[in-house]
Design a protein around this ligand. Structure first.
Ligand code: AMP
Ligand code: ZN
Ligand code: ZN
Length: 429
C-alpha cells in the first residue's frame, strides 16, 4: 500500500513539474508579412531583468560594452515608477506610464473588477483584459508585420485579441542555447513568415541581485553569463546575413536594503474597511468607503517612520502615479512608500538583501541600461539619461510602423540615435 501511495505521489509530482514547464512554441498559423513589411529591417529587443545601469562597467561585461561602443550607449535609462518588473517591461513595449497601461505593479487590486492581479497567477498573466495600450507586437501584427517572443510581459495574453505570431509561455526551464537556436530558426524562415520584431528575456541577473545583493560575486557571475550569451546570440544571428538591430534593455536596477530594521504598517487595517496590497517598497490601501480615507491617512501620517504616506491625490507628480494618472482605478487611495534603504516586511522572515521598486529619480540604483547596435543606429553615440517611455517610438520609427493612439513617450530618442532620422533632418536643412 505504501509503495502504491509513493508511486501515485511520484506520478503526480512528475505530472505537475511537467505541467508547470510548458515549453511548447505557440504559432498563430495563416499570418504572413505583407510585401511592404518583408523589406523592413529586423529588431531583437533583449531584456536582462534587474541589470543596473552601472553593472556592465562594474563587472566588465566586455561584449555589451564593445557592441554598444560601436552603437549607442546612454548614461542610464530611467524606469517608470514603481521600478518593478511587470510595470516596466510593459511600459517599454507600450510607451505608457504604468498607471496609463494598467500594470501599476507586479501585484495590484482593480477596484471595478474587485479582483487582484498577480504575476504569480497564470490565469491573470494570460488574460488580455488586464492590459491596456497597444504593445509593439500588436501594432506590428495589425500592420501585417510578423513578430515573435521568447518571453516578454504581456506576450502570453491576447491583447486586443492579438498574440505575437510565435510565442512561448514564460518558464525559466528552457536552456538558453535552445532559445537562441529558435531565434535563428525564426530568422531563417521564408521572408513572408519571418518575424521582424523579436523579444528575448533573461531572468538571471535579477535572481542573483535579490538573493545575494548587487555587490555579490554571484551577481557579477550572472552579469558575465548574460554578456557571454549576448555574444553567442549576436554571433548566431550574424550567420543569417540579415540587417538585424539589437536593443538591449532592462526593467530596473537593484539596491542593498536594510534587512535588520524592517517596516510594518503601524496601524491596524480592518479588512472590512480597507483592501491592503502588500509590497516590499510600496503598500497600497483601497478604501471600501471613501469617508474612511482621511482618518486612516491621518493616523498613518502620525506614525510614519521609515516610510512616507501619500493620498492618491498627492503622490509626487514625477512618479505619474497619482489620482490624475489612475486611468484604470488601480492605484490605492493611500500609498505608503518605504524610504530607501528601508523595506516593508510582512512575512516575519529575514528579507533578501537586494530589492527594487523605489522612486527611480530619487534612488539612482533603480536606473537601468539601454544599449543599441546594428545597421539602423548611429555609431559611437553617447546620450544622456532618458525615461523608458521613449523606447516605443524608437522601435516604431525603426520598423516604419505609424500609429495614431496616445502614448506618453516622444520621438526624441529616435531622432537622437536612428540614422534615418539624422538623414531626414539633414534633408530638411
Ligand atoms: P520582480 O523582481 O519581483 O519584479 O519580478 C521578477 C520576476 O518576474 C522574475 O524572476 C520572473 O520569474 C518573473 N517574470 C518575468 N517575466 C515573466 C512572465 N512573462 N510571466 C511570468 N513571470 C515573469
Ligand atoms: Zn525585474
Ligand atoms: Zn526583481
Amino acid at each position: 500500500m505504501q509503495h502504491f501511495v509513493t508511486f501515485i505521489f511520484c506520478l503526480l509530482w512528475a505530472f505537475s513539474a511537467f505541467a508547470q514547464a510548458d515549453t511548447t512554441q505557440r504559432v498563430i498559423y495563416g499570418r504572413k508579412n505583407s510585401h511592404v513589411q518583408e523589406e523592413k529591417p529586423y529588431v531583437i529587443m533583449i531584456s536582462a531583468d534587474g541589470f543596473r545601469h552601472d553593472y556592465a562597467e562594474k563587472y566588465g561585461a566586455h561584449t555589451l560594452l564593445s557592441l554598444s561602443e560601436q552603437g549607442v550607449q546612454t548614461e542610464s535609462m530611467i524606469p517608470s515608477f514603481p521600478s518593478k518588473t511587470f510595470p516596466n517591461h510593459y511600459t517599454l513595449v507600450t510607451g505608457l506610464y504604468p498607471a496609463h497601461h494598467g500594470l501599476v505593479s507586479n501585484n495590484f487590486y482593480d477596484r471595478q473588477r474587485q479582483e487582484f492581479y498577480s504575476i504569480a497567477q497564470r490565469d491573470k498573466v494570460q488574460d488580455g483584459s488586464w492590459y491596456g495600450g497597444v504593445p509593439l507586437w500588436v501594432l506590428a501584427e495589425q500592420q501585417q508585420m510578423l513578430t515573435a517572443s521568447y518571453y516578454w510581459v504581456g506576450s502570453e495574453a491576447a491583447i486586443k485579441g492579438i498574440h505575437p505570431t510565435y510565442y512561448y509561455r514564460y518558464s525559466d526551464k528552457i536552456p538558453v542555447d535552445r532559445r537562441i537556436q529558435t531565434v535563428v530558426d525564426w530568422l531563417n524562415l521564408p521572408k513572408d513568415r519571418r518575424p521582424h520584431f523579436i523579444s528575448f528575456y533573461f531572468p538571471e541577473v535579477d535572481y542573483a541581485g535579490h538573493r545575494f545583493g548587487p555587490n555579490a560575486k554571484e551577481t557579477k557571475d550572472a552579469v558575465l553569463y548574460i554578456d557571454h550569451w549576448t555574444k553567442k546570440l549576436t554571433e548566431a544571428v550574424a550567420t543569417t546575413g540579415l540587417p538585424v538591430n539589437f536593443i538591449f534593455v532592462s526593467d530596473h536596477g537593484m539596491t542593498e536594503v536594510d534587512t535588520q530594521n524592517t517596516l510594518t504598517v503601524p496601524v491596524e487595517i480592518n479588512p472590512s474597511k480597507f483592501t491592503l496590497v502588500e509590497g516590499d517598497v510600496m503598500v497600497e490601501l483601497h478604501a471600501k468607503d471613501k469617508k474612511d480615507i482621511r482618518k486612516m491617512y491621518e493616523e498613518l501620517k502620525k506614525k510614519e517612520e521609515g516610510f512616507v504616506t501619500y493620498l492618491k491625490s498627492e503622490v509626487p507628480y514625477h512618479l505619474h502615479y497619482g489620482a490624475k494618472n489612475d486611468s484604470l482605478n488601480r492605484i490605492g487611495d493611500i500609498v505608503l512608500l518605504a524610504k530607501h534603504p528601508k523595506i516593508f516586511n510582512f512575512s516575519g522572515n529575514t528579507p533578501l538583501p537586494g530589492h527594487h521598486g523605489y522612486d527611480p529619480v530619487a534612488v539612482k540604483d533603480m536606473n537601468t541600461v539601454f544599449y543599441a547596435w546594428g545597421p539602423a543606429f548611429r555609431q559611437a553615440q553617447k546620450i544622456a539619461s532618458f525615461e523608458n517611455i521613449h523606447v516605443y517610438s524608437l522601435v516604431t520609427k525603426l520598423l516604419g510602423l505609424p500609429f495614431s493612439h496616445h502614448i506618453d513617450g516622444t520621438s526624441r530618442l529616435a531622432e537622437l540615435i536612428l540614422k534615418q532620422e539624422e538623414n531626414k533632418l539633414q534633408k530638411q536643412e
